[in-house]
Design a protein around this ligand. Structure first.
Ligand SMILES: NC(=O)c1ccc[n+]([C@@H]2O[C@H](COP(=O)([O-])OP(=O)(O)OC[C@H]3O[C@@H](n4cnc5c(N)ncnc54)[C@H](OP(=O)(O)O)[C@@H]3O)[C@@H](O)[C@H]2O)c1
Length: 300
């Protein structure tokens, strides 16, 4: 993985937004808009408009978010306003746990159809388990393998430009790395100062897999943390900017979600300041294994 221009002070646009080089050769923007819980054509249009205006060029959706059609429509409508084309945008979507296994191809094709796209830039297996199966059910690993094989085929056919996984533990990752023909390009997991994910980061680094963060703000909970508030005040930035900067300063792509225009813009202003080594370390010391989202550790 190589990092291009992570400390740029130029306002973000497609040529200046810092990116991470994926093992496919594609550039993944360090900043993307999260869209979980963004629902309905109007709200989606407003958030995407605010994001494009603030310089976001990456959007993260998923089958389970039920907003793929709204996101696709919003982008088609708004790209001309910003003089952008499809190639300027990086779209991430994910295979729903209900489609894990033999239905994976169908699930991925449905995402393409709902987004109304010829290709998706990055498609992830959302969760190591299968909806309807217990966490200890031995059909889980079989279904993961079937899903990956389906994604590999769609990757080879060019409909998915990169493929990866989300919420995989190091055990799930090792199983995948041993059995795959196409290496995953990305692992997307929960990551913030209270959840440093050192083992997964090391594994990704050793295998050329890009480690991508979700819930960098701790789903909002870390915005009230006393140390985050103290550092934000000291550097004249917002708590959200401190948390996002902590990740991007380590070269880790983030996907903050907000449905407020001012916050979408605020969350993009993270490439024009630096946290000191000491502040980075103090935030790193918050690691306590705290998860605010789902926990995949019990899925066999
Ligand atoms: N792969 C997975 O399993 C997975 C799981 C979770 C998330 N994700 C992805 O990652 C994205 C982000 O994660 P997340 O939505 O869980 O949490 P997050 O980005 O850590 O936090 C979002 C929350 O923080 C608030 N917020 C955002 N910016 C703010 C700001 N500048 N000031 C104050 N509050 C702010 C938002 O409220 P408002 O909207 O009201 O502003 C929202 O409640 C998701 O949308 C999704 O795309 C992926």
């Amino acid at each position: 993985m190589s990092l291009s221009n992570p400390h740029s002070s130029i306002p973000p646009n497609i040529s200046s937004t810092p990116t991470v080089l994926l093992n496919t050769g594609a550039q993944l923007p360090l900043l993307g808009l999260g869209t979980f819980q963004l629902r309905g054509p109007e709200d989606t249009l407003q958030a995407v408009d605010a994001a494009l205006s603030a310089g976001y060029r990456c959007f993260d959706t998923a089958s389970v978010y039920r907003n793929e059609a709204d996101l696709g429509r919003a982008l088609r409508h708004l790209l001309p306003k910003y003089n952008l084309s499809r190639e300027d945008i990086f779209i991430i979507s994910k295979l729903g746990p209900k489609d894990q296994g033999i239905k994976a191809r169908e699930g991925a094709l449905r995402s393409l159809e709902l987004l109304d796209l010829e290709y998706i830039d990055l498609y992830l297996i959302h969760w190591p388990g299968t909806q309807g199966l217990g966490v200890g059910d031995l059909r889980n690993p079989k279904n993961r393998a079937l899903s990956w094989a389906a994604l590999e085929k769609l990757y080879t056919q060019g409909r998915l430009r990169a493929i990866g996984v989300s919420n995989y533990t190091s055990g799930h990752m090792k199983e995948l790395l041993e059995g795959c023909s196409v290496k995953p390009a990305v692992l997307q997991v929960e990551f913030h100062p209270c959840l440093a994910q050192e083992e997964l980061r090391r594994l990704c680094g050793e295998n050329g897999v890009c480690f991508q963060a979700y819930s960098s703000l701790g789903t909002g909970a870390l915005l009230q943390d006393p140390l985050v508030l103290q550092l934000a005040q000291a550097c004249g930035r917002s708590p959200a900017q401190v948390l996002l900067r902590w990740a991007v300063q380590q070269g880790i792509p983030v996907l903050p979600k907000s449905s407020h225009q001012s916050r979408v813009s605020e969350n993009a202003q993270v490439f024009d300041f630096e946290l000191s080594t000491e502040d980075m370390e103090r935030l790193g010391e918050m690691d306590c294994g705290q998860k605010y989202c789902w926990d995949p550790s019990q899925v066999v």
